[in-house]
Design a protein around this ligand. Structure first.
Ligand code: HEC
Length: 127
């Protein structure tokens, strides 16, 4: 009889598992950048020649080695090893790296706010 009483508990536990799994799946998808268009971002990354310093998959000639390869930047927890990798931080980083990490060798690239949104959207496709 004890088993019969446990059954509802077990199904509750199952439900909890499913909810957790769903949560994980969600976390696994790339962060959305409101107003950001990844295709524009790809064009801008080419135009601004980020590839002079970074290896970037899908960007022709982007094989620079002065900066880290960006092939998994979309799923890294931190930008530049210490800044939580969230869309707002990424946009800020792209426009003013020194503001977030004084002394960094990444130069400010002169992106507008809107351009930074597009570039961030593109970077989050790299996983
Ligand atoms: C002159 C070389 C140079 C150029 C040009 C450059 N970067 Fe960087 N970038 C760096 C360096 C060096 C770092 C490492 C900074 C640090 O960790 O302090 C970096 C770091 C980054 C990071 C964080 C990477 C990580 O693994 O944490 C991103 C994202 C990034 N750059 C994107 C870009 C984009 C997009 C462009 C073009 C708009 C660009 N960079 C242009 C040198 C450059």
């Amino acid at each position: 009889m004890a088993l019969a009483r446990l059954a509802p508990l077990a199904s509750l536990a199952c439900l909890a598992c499913l909810v957790l799994l769903a949560g994980c799946a969600d976390e696994g998808s790339p962060p959305r950048v409101p107003g950001g268009d990844a295709r524009q971002g790809l064009r801008l990354v080419t135009q601004y020649q980020c590839g002079a310093c970074h290896a970037i998959p899908g960007v022709q000639g982007a094989a620079g080695r002065a900066g880290p390869a960006l092939d998994t930047i979309g799923r890294l927890s931190y930008i530049a090893g210490r800044i939580p990798n969230q869309p707002a931080n990424m946009q800020h980083w792209l426009r003013a790296p020194h503001a977030l990490k004084p002394g960094t060798e990444m130069p400010p690239m002169g992106l507008t706010e809107q351009e930074a949104r597009h570039v961030a959207a593109f970077l989050y496709t790299l996983r």
